[in-house]
Design a protein around this ligand. Structure first.
Ligand code: TSX
Ligand code: MN
Length: 591
C-alpha cells in the first residue's frame, strides 16, 4: 500500500497501543466499500434501505448519548495555554497525550483497525492536504468514503510526504471519557468514545477547520467555516460568494438556493461549490480563491423538504447514509420532521422504538421520529446544482464574503462593510440568537466570530490578526457583507421570506461588488436603498417592508457595541485594528 515510513510507524504505534485483531487498509475501490457495507449490515450497524427507491442508501442509529458534536469535550492541545482561545477548551499537550494513552490502551481488542488515507481537496492538487485516519469504526470508514477522497490513489500522491495523523476509537462510547483532542503543533487529532459525525469524521471539522486554520496562519492562507456558491447571470458570467453562518441559519439551504421564478425566467442560476468549509488563498491576480476541501454533504435532515431545499433532497436519493432519522418499515424508506405531512404509519424512531406520527411519551408529549440533529451523508456529485468548478484545483474567485446570524431586531437584512478591516470587525462581532432547538433557551445572544467559535485551532485574537494580515496581501479583496434573514415583527413573525428569495439580496451584494448600485451610508456601514432590493413577484413585501428590514436603531446598536466590547474582553490578543473599529463605530453611533 505504501512505503511511507511515517505512515507505517503510526500504524505500528497504534497497533501496540490499541491491540486490534487485524489491520485493514481502505483502498477506495467500490468492491471493498461494498464488502464493508455488507459487513456493516450483517453486524447490525447499517440497515439497508429500499434499493429500488433509495439505491445505495443505508440507515444508521447511534447510541442515544452520542448524537452531536460535544464542544465541552473538544480540546485544543498546545504547549502554552494562550495559544488556544479563552473561549475554547485547552489541555497541555503532554498531559493530553498521557491521558489519551491510558484511554486507548487495548481499546481495539478483537476489533479491526481500518487505515483510511484521505485527501482534503482533489487528489494531487497542489492545495490539497492529506490525512491518515486510523479507526475501529466501519461507520467512520463508510462516511469518510463519501465526505473525502479515500484510498490507494491518496497514498500514491503522498509518497514519502507528511500528513495529518488522526486516531479514532469508539472505545466504550462513554460520555465521561469522550475526548476530541487536537494538537496543531504536531498535525495530530485524537478522538475517543464517540461515533458521531463531527467528532469522528476527522477530515471535516477537526482537520479542515481546526488543524487547517492553524496551518493557514502559518502558511498564509485561510480555512473558514463557509459555504461557497456561484451566481450565474443571464449573460453566462458567474460570480462567487463565500458565506459564514453559525449553525441553524441554513448554510446548506443557501448553498443550494433555487432563485425565485422572476430570476429563473431571466436566466439566473445558482451553483453550489460547497456547503460548510472553504480553504481560501490569494491567487496570482491578487484576488481570493476558494476551494471546498470536502467531497460530500453531512447535512441536517429535519426541515429539509421539497420547498426548503429540493436540491439537497435530491442529493440524498442514492448512495447516502442516513443517521438517526425515522424508518418507514412499510416502504423501507426514511422520514424526518419537516420532510412532508406523511410520517410512517408503521415506523421506527431514531432510538429504534416503534413509532408513528402520533406517538406520545409517558407524559403525553409527542415523540420525534428523527433526532433534531439527524443527518444525511451524501456524495457531492449527486447534487443537481453542483458547480462545474467543484473539482477545480485553483478554486473559484471570490467577489464577496458574507457573514450572518440569527438576529430578531439588531441586524438589517443586509449591509456592507466600509473596508477590509471594517469587514473583519463585522465578522469578529458576529452573533446568533439561540433557537429552542439548540439549547432550550430562546433569544440568548451567542457571539460566534466568523462562525468559527467551535472550530478555530488557535488563539482567537491571533485568528483575527491573521484576517487583518491577509487583507494586506490581497490586491483585489472581495467586499465584505453581513446578512440577517431572521428579523421578526412585533408579533415575532419572520418578515423576510428567506430561502430562494435570498437571491434578491445576493443580487444586490454582487451589484455592489461591481459598483452597479448605490447605497446609503449609516453608522454600521452601507445599506441598500429600499427600492434597490428587487421585490418583483413577492406578494406580501412592499418597498416599505424592505425599508423596515433595513432600519438601524441607534440605541439597539449602542447596546450591541457594548456586547462586542464585553466579548472582546473575554478574548486575548485582540488586534488594535479591531479595537479601533469598535471605537469608531461607537463614535458614529454617538454622533
Ligand atoms: O435556511 C433558511 N434560510 C436560508 C435559505 C436559503 N432557513 C431555515 C433555517 C433553519 C435551518 C430560514 N428560515 C430562512 C432562510 O432564509 N428564513 C427563515 C425564517 C422563515 C421561516 C418560514 C418562512 C419565512 C421565513 N415562511 C413560511 O414558512 C411560509
Ligand atoms: Mn458546519
Amino acid at each position: 500500500m505504501t512505503s511511507n515510513k511515517k505512515v507505517l510507524a503510526f500504524i505500528e504505534e497504534t497497533k501496540a497501543l490499541c491491540d486490534p485483531k487485524e489491520v485493514v487498509w481502505v483502498d477506495g475501490s467500490e468492491e471493498q466499500l461494498e464488502a464493508f457495507r455488507k459487513q456493516a449490515v450483517e453486524e447490525g450497524i447499517l440497515i439497508k434501505l429500499n434499493q429500488e427507491k433509495l439505491p445505495g442508501c443505508y440507515l444508521h442509529r447511534t447510541t442515544q448519548n452520542d448524537v452531536a458534536r460535544v464542544e465541552g469535550r473538544t480540546y485544543i492541545c498546545s504547549k502554552n495555554k494562550d495559544d488556544s482561545s479563552p473561549i475554547n477548551n485547552w489541555m497541555e499537550s503532554g498531559e493530553a497525550y498521557d491521558m489519551l494513552k491510558k484511554l486507548f490502551k487495548g481499546c481495539m481488542k478483537g476489533r479491526t483497525l481500518y487505515v483510511i488515507p484521505y485527501s482534503m481537496g482533489a487528489v494531487g492538487s497542489k492545495f490539497s492536504k492529506i490525512g491518515i485516519e486510523l479507526t475501529d469504526s466501519i461507520y467512520v470508514v463508510l462516511n469518510m468514503a463519501i465526505m473525502t477522497r479515500v484510498g490507494q490513489k491518496v497514498l500514491d500522491v503522498l509518497g514519502d510526504g507528511d500528513f495529518v495523523k488522526g486516531l479514532h476509537s469508539y472505545a466504550e462510547l462513554s460520555e465521561e471519557k469522550r475526548y476530541i483532542c487536537h494538537f496543531p503543533e504536531d498535525d495530530t487529532i485524537i478522538s475517543i468514545n464517540s461515533n458521531y459525525g463531527g467528532n469522528v469524521l476527522l477530515g471535516k471539522k477537526c482537520f479542515a477547520l481546526r488543524i487547517a486554520s492553524y496551518l493557514g496562519k502559518k502558511e498564509g492562507w485561510m480555512a473558514e467555516h463557509m459555504l461557497i456558491l456561484g451566481v450565474q447571470y443571464p449573460n453566462g458570467e458567474t460570480k462567487y460568494i463565500a458565506a459564514a453562518f453559525p449553525s441553524a441559519c441554513g448554510k446548506t439551504n443557501l448553498a443550494m438556493l433555487i432563485p425565485p421564478e422572476v430570476y429563473r425566467k431571466k436566466g439566473y442560476k445558482v451553483w453550489c461549490v460547497g456547503d460548510d468549509i472553504a480553504w481560501i488563498r490569494v491567487g496570482e491576480d491578487g484576488r481570493l480563491y476558494a476551494v471546498n476541501p470536502e467531497n460530500g454533504f453531512f447535512g441536517v435532515a429535519p426541515g429539509t423538504n421539497e420547498k426548503s431545499n429540493p436540491n439537497a433532497l435530491h442529493t440524498t436519493q442514492k448512495n447516502t447514509i442516513f443517521t438517526n432519522v425515522a424508518y418507514n418499515a412499510d416502504t423501507g424508506t426514511v422520514w424526518w420532521e419537516g420532510l412532508d405531512k406523511n410520517p410512517p404509519k408503521n415506523g421506527v424512531d431514531w432510538k429504534g422504538n416503534p413509532w408513528n406520527g402520533d406517538t406520545k411519551d409517558a407524559d403525553g408529549k409527542p415523540v420525534k421520529g428523527a433526532h433534531p440533529n439527524s443527518r444525511f451523508t451524501a456524495p457531492a456529485v449527486n447534487c443537481p446544482c453542483l458547480s462545474k468548478e467543484f473539482e477545480n484545483p485553483d478554486g473559484v474567485p471570490l467577489s464577496a464574503i458574507v457573514f450572518g446570524g440569527r438576529r430578531a431586531k439588531t441586524a438589517p437584512l443586509v449591509y456592507q462593510s466600509t473596508s477590509w478591516n471594517n469587514g473583519v470587525f463585522v465578522g469578529s462581532s458576529m452573533a446568533s440568537e439561540t433557537t429552542a432547538a439548540a439549547t432550550g433557551a430562546v433569544g440568548v445572544v451567542r457571539r460566534d466570530p466568523m462562525a468559527m467559535r467551535p472550530f478555530v485551532g488557535y488563539n482567537m485574537g491571533d485568528y483575527f490578526a491573521h484576517w487583518i494580515e491577509m487583507g494586506k496581501k490581497i490586491k483585489n479583496p472581495p467586499k465584505i457583507f453581513n446578512v440577517n434573514w431572521f428579523r421578526t415583527d412585533d408579533e415575532g413573525h419572520f418578515i423576510w421570506p428567506g430561502f430562494g428569495d435570498n437571491m434578491r439580496v445576493l443580487d444586490w451584494i454582487l451589484a455592489r461588488c461591481e459598483d452597479k448600485v448605490d447605497a446609503v451610508e449609516t453608522p454600521i456601514g452601507y445599506v441598500p436603498k429600499a427600492e434597490d432590493i428587487n421585490i418583483e413577484g413577492l406578494d406580501d413585501i412592499t418597498t416599505d417592508t424592505v425599508k423596515g428590514l433595513l432600519e438601524i436603531d441607534k440605541e439597539t446598536w449602542k447596546e450591541e457595541a457594548e456586547g462586542i466590547e464585553k466579548f472582546y474582553g473575554e478574548l486575548t490578543r485582540v488586534p488594535q485594528e479591531l479595537k479601533d473599529e469598535l471605537a469608531a463605530l461607537k463614535k458614529r453611533l454617538d454622533a
